[in-house]
Design a binder for this molecule. Structure first.
Ligand SMILES: Cc1cc2nc3c(=O)[nH]c(=O)nc-3n(C[C@H](O)[C@H](O)[C@H](O)COP(=O)(O)OP(=O)(O)OC[C@H]3O[C@@H](n4cnc5c(N)ncnc54)[C@H](O)[C@@H]3O)c2cc1C
Length: 423
């Protein structure tokens, strides 16, 4: 899991200016389902932007025993090299220009929140930044249209989209541009794990965190949302926010909500301690196998990437294999000459992207039921989750309290929140 420098600046800046000193009695109860980067960022931005005359009691429900959600992983970036320039020539330059332009548009979300609109839908949010059109066409088509060579599209670009999203260049142009941006240099991760970002945001946001508590149903009863959990408990909330993809989560909504069907791309991450078999790669020694092996689209290729996680000594390494299907023992035994330990994780990792994309609403009913991960059909990263959560926070403040979007009256004082609160 890597973060762009901007994600870090964005979140560290807001952490440094946020506060939650002795809040007055709560005016409203906000319940957030999911303690990933989306849910934790939402809590943070609600605290950051709310004026002293409004206050929230915020609960975050997390079915797991830890916060951070899908941030508990790490990928390797693909840096440019002289060899690549020789192979792909000017096409590489065109690709970089495309990525830089898209990133430039995305940076509009970092403009001051005083001048930035609050968006009621994903489409509106993307159109404002000039990103919407990229969701109506595939990456492959877009890159061919701007003159990239088929060689570059079918090799390097495909390798990158397979590593980052487990998918081909048939993903949308926007998800593809984000994927390409995420393979560049200048990416960051937090030592000890990126989950610490979610935990830091929660720590600074005066939140009642309910770990090991899965929400089974959300019902609108009279004036409130009633959330029922697997612990047999029931919570009344004025505002309910879903901060997890709804595609494979079984939350019962009453009345029912309507969102477009979306399937998730499953990525199997297989962690292996042992040694790769050079013969499988047509090489005569392990040392000749690169630290990151990416693959193109080919029916005979059974994995998307293999990367070295750690080298204990010359004959003892830790690797991570990404694949679209589970890796059988037989297959692993042909790729590895030695396997001491094997762990396989099946991730419902990110949306299965297509073009044109169809987006779920940010507001799931006509009241105060919100969905942060509607934005994930644009792209799935920590940064996009945080940016979507920031918009939802402002949407809640303006729709529930009629608060203008430009208030940040708390931004000058310091936080006195220290430890993670667990109910
Ligand atoms: C293999 C892989 C590699 C990735 N690499 C990168 C990368 O390098 N850089 C990058 O920026 N992004 C990367 N991503 C994407 C990034 O991890 C996600 O986009 C981001 O973490 C999503 O955050 P989220 O908070 O929206 O959702 P999640 O992280 O999925 O958080 C949702 C949380 O809700 C909880 N939950 C679900 N249902 C319930 C329920 N009913 N009740 C209570 N709790 C519930 C879940 O347990 C989870 O903790 C990667 C993703 C994967 C899977």
């Amino acid at each position: 899991m890597v973060l762009s420098r901007l994600t870090l600046i964005f979140i560290l800046y807001f952490l440094s200016v946020s506060s939650a000193t002795n809040p007055p009695p709560p005016d409203a109860a906000v319940c957030i389902v999911g303690a990933g980067i989306g849910g934790s960022s939402l809590a943070h931005f609600l605290r950051l932007y709310s004026t002293p005359d409004v206050d929230f009691h915020i609960r975050i429900f997390e079915r797991n025993g830890v916060v951070g959600g899908r941030t508990a992983t790490k990928i390797v970036s693909v840096a440019n090299s002289v060899l690549m320039v020789l192979r792909y020539g000017f096409s590489l330059l065109k690709m970089n220009t495309f990525v830089q332009e898209t990133v430039g548009n995305f940076l509009k979300y970092y403009e001051s929140h005083e001048s930035r609109p609050i968006f009621e839908s994903v489409e509106e949010m993307l159109k404002w930044a000039g990103l919407y059109n990229l969701t109506t066409t595939t990456l492959g088509f877009k890159l061919a249209d701007i003159g990239l060579s088929p060689l570059l599209i079918n090799e390097l670009v495909t390798v990158i989209t397979r590593i980052n999203y487990g998918q081909s260049v048939a993903i949308s142009g926007l998800a593809g541009a984000v994927s390409l941006a995420g393979s560049d240099e200048g990416l960051w991760s937090i030592e000890g794990g990126n989950w610490q970002m979610a935990s830091g945001l929660i720590n600074h946001s005066n939140v009642a965190l309910h770990l090991h508590e899965e929400i089974e149903s959300i019902s609108f009863v009279e004036r409130y949302y009633e959330l029922n959990s697997t612990k047999g408990k029931s919570y009344k909330c004025d505002i309910a926010v879903v901060a997890t993809p709804l595609d494979e989560v079984k939350i019962q909504f009453t009345p029912q909500v309507s969102i477009p069907k979306r399937s998730l791309q499953h990525t199997y991450a297989t962690f292996i301690r042992g040694l790769l078999n050079p013969e499988y790669f047509g090489l005569d020694s392990v040392s000749k196998i690169p630290e990151l092996v990416g693959t193109i689209e080919h029916p005979d290729l059974s994995f998307s990437s293999i990367s070295v996680l750690k080298q204990y000594d010359e004959k003892d390494m830790a690797y991570k294999v990404f694949s679209r299907k589970p890796m059988s023992d037989e297959l692993l035994d042909s790729i590895f000459s030695l396997r001491k330990e094997t762990i396989q994780i099946n991730w419902g990792a990110y949306p299965h992207y297509k073009a044109p994309e169809v987006f779920a609403p940010f507001i799931l009913d006509d009241r105060h039921l919100y969905y942060v991960n509607a934005f994930e059909n644009a792209a799935s990263t920590m940064e996009t989750s945080a940016v979507a959560a920031e918009n939802i926070a402002r949407l809640i403040l303006s729709r529930f309290f009629g608060q203008p979007p430009f208030s940040s009256s708390r931004s000058e004082s310091n936080s006195d929140e220290g430890t993670l609160r667990v109910d």
